[in-house]
Design a protein around this ligand. Sequence first.
Ligand SMILES: NC(=O)c1ccc[n+]([C@@H]2O[C@H](COP(=O)([O-])OP(=O)(O)OC[C@H]3O[C@@H](n4cnc5c(N)ncnc54)[C@H](OP(=O)(O)O)[C@@H]3O)[C@@H](O)[C@H]2O)c1
Length: 237
Amino acid sequence: MQKIVIIGATSGIGLHLARLYAGAGRLVGATGRRQDLLYALQLEYPNHIITECYDATGSQATAHLDALVQKLGGLDLLIYNAGWGEPMETLDSAVDTATVDINVNGFLAAVHYGWRYFTTQGHGHLVTVSSIAGNRGNRHSPAYSAAKAFQSIYFEGLYIKARKMKIPLYVTDIQPGFVDTKMAKGPRFWVAPVEKAARQIIRAIERRRRRVYITRRWWLIAKLFRWIPGWVYYRIG
Ligand SMILES: NC(=O)c1ccc[n+]([C@@H]2O[C@H](COP(=O)([O-])OP(=O)(O)OC[C@H]3O[C@@H](n4cnc5c(N)ncnc54)[C@H](OP(=O)(O)O)[C@@H]3O)[C@@H](O)[C@H]2O)c1
């Protein structure tokens, strides 16, 4: 049975990924800080969900992740989905620090664990849920877009590293546009239902895609972000 860990599976995209994978007969290790939600998820799929409650930014995060993998009895796919950001008009150092903690430091701790685990066993698949926001800076949440850019650029580097190793080690960067969860704040367009987003993410993982936009039409925005000249972007970004 395929063993999957989803970091950040208590709500939104991660919860739907966990439900779809568990419903398809996979063994899922679900994490998050909200114990009551983890418990409820475990009750939904008693034979397919195992939980570990912890803060992905905490000093014990790697130990908790390892404990979860021991409970699962192995690991084939690790999805770093935990994330947070808060749009704001002013520059708030506490918000920026918390944003970097979960989207960069927590991400690094999990990815290093997964990389070590997969290179030792000789196969595996690492996935991060970054964001379309990582394609360009924006004034509403500069730390969030910078942190998500870090994830995407880091994963491009890991992808090259994995290719050179010539073992079945796969790396996938998921870049969602707007998905209908509590994370999607402010003016929104092309908002995807969360279940549709989760299904597209699973398909991309199965196809071992290097990078994918969710939903697919967001590739157009990613391209626009890259090619739109500064003198235009700085009026709207
Ligand atoms: N929704 C969108 O429009 C959108 C767009 C682009 C990218 N994304 C990305 O998609 C991912 C999922 O977000 P979502 O939209 O599904 O939002 P969400 O419902 O708020 O889910 C966020 C998940 O991350 C977990 N998490 C947050 N901080 C954590 C911490 N310190 N330790 C452990 N877990 C933590 C949360 O669990 P606990 O609160 O229980 O800890 C929750 O399970 C995020 O990385 C987000 O940046 C979302």
